[in-house]
Design a protein around this ligand. Sequence first.
Ligand code: NAD
Length: 300
Amino acid sequence: MNRTVAFVGLGHMGGPMAANLVAAGHRVLGFDLVPELLSAAADAGVEPAGSAAAAVSASDTVITMLPTGRHVLALYEERGLLAAARPGSLFVDCSTIDVADARAAHAAVRAAGHRALDAPVSGGVTGARAATLTFMAGGGEEEFAAAGPLLAAMGKKAVHCGAAGAGQAAKICNNLILGISMIGVSEAFVLAESLGLDHQALYDVASTASGQCWALTVNCPVPGPVPASPANRDYLPGFAAPLMAKDLGLAANALRAGNVDAPLGLKAAEMYAAFAAGEGAGLDFSAIVHTLRPQNGSEA
Ligand code: NAD
């Protein structure tokens, strides 16, 4: 059954996601603070709304795709989305935000008499455009089922990870593995360089041995062994270093909040934050390999 959806946040991810909902036959009322993004969405069939609250008051489902938890909570409460929504509306937040903020958002939505699902994504802008995102969802069975047709219009897979905040938890745990493993793979290549071991030889062994992982066999941080990896196109993203820094920052918050002893995760968060604030600002996260060589940026 076709739905009327309010879509708030029509940026790199939200713009194409909203367009895919329209393409699947849903009515989408969109809002973004940036007028150019609103007109680009209108070109894809999204109906521009005068405010987020106006979009929400005329819809049964609210999807947000915003930078941080602060943005989500401010819109829900101070900017009045929860008050503007019809009773029992479904609020699906697809932004990547702190687990604690996601849980606070669920509580606020429920207290206002609505239903909530956290549903962050992986797959990046390419996946958003191609409707091949993976959604990691947290909330009740009923909320997950109700969001199902909408998630299916924007992605290829949706996993119900558990109760409130579980989608955000899955996202940061996965990216904790990825961030650390990319540094591990990069350190191995730098060690190989210092030992005179060829990149391809290390790849041929590790890719079929116990060192095998996504950071090695798909997003290999040195040029050559995996032709499609960003290292072969001057490290253009791919998965940009600032996004990895953001996600590991959220993981670090959760580690500290839970008193979890994860020295590698905390160190990786520090390393990506420093890299993203400097030379890595416009690069794929695999370019972190540059920071590991004795003379920053030089090949052995
Ligand atoms: P973006 O900055 O391009 O888009 C966010 C949009 O939210 C902006 O257009 C901004 O104007 C809008 N916005 C902010 N406050 C608003 C308000 N009060 N009302 C209406 N609109 C408002 O960011 P993005 O790359 O689309 O990412 C969105 C979310 O998705 C982030 O949480 C990010 O971490 C996550 N994410 C991004 C990627 C990626 O590859 N870009 C991948 C996975 C997850």
